[in-house]
Design a protein around this ligand. Structure first.
Ligand SMILES: [Zn+2]
Length: 175
């Protein structure tokens, strides 16, 4: 899929043209989101649809879809967290305009006439994150089990290999 769309776009122009922008971006492209993740893997799929409503507001209806790897706060293990989020915003140029909007419309403040759509997508992803990510209790592993499993996998081959390597090095020296 093409990744060539503008990072920053003029929302009023896009609304006038009824533009639709869709594509995918790697999770690791979202710097603020990355800080909340255990691992920045996978892709974010998005679809942004711009339009003018009856009041001539420039409006965006979007959806974002991805699966994020969070850290379970109970066992510190990886937790796969699917996100599918729909959102709608109305673009405004200042706080005055934002205050005049009906309450059911979510304002998006535009600075210098352009919107960074990655920031917009990232904001929505951050809003979708749970405050305290945790596995369901039936799949969550208690911390000591998780750590020992990992230690077994990492340290066992080393313990077997190292003495052997030392021994064979000694034998070579003697011959
Ligand atoms: Zn857990």
């Amino acid at each position: 899929m093409s990744k060539r769309f503008p990072d920053r776009l003029d929302p009023w122009r896009f609304a006038d043209l009824g533009k639709e922008v869709s594509g995918e971006l790697p999770v690791e492209a979202f710097v603020r989101l990355r800080d909340c993740l255990m691992q920045a893997d996978g892709e974010v799929l998005f679809n942004l649809s711009f339009s003018r409503d009856e009041q001539r507001h420039a409006r965006l209806d979007g959806n974002v879809r991805t699966e994020l790897t969070l850290e379970c706060q109970r066992c510190l293990g990886a937790l796969r967290f699917p996100v599918e989020r729909r959102f709608s915003v109305v673009f405004v140029q200042g706080l005055n305009e934002a205050e005049r909007l009906p309450e059911d419309l979510d304002p998006c403040l535009v600075e210098e006439g352009v919107v960074d759509f990655r920031e917009l997508i990232e904001d929505e992803l951050l809003l979708a994150l749970p405050q305290v990510p945790m596995h369901d209790t039936d799949v969550c592993q208690v911390p000591h089990e998780f750590v020992s499993d990992e230690e077994l996998q990492v340290s066992e081959p080393e313990q077997q290999e190292n003495p052997f390597a030392v021994l064979s090095a000694l034998k070579k020296d003697r011959h």
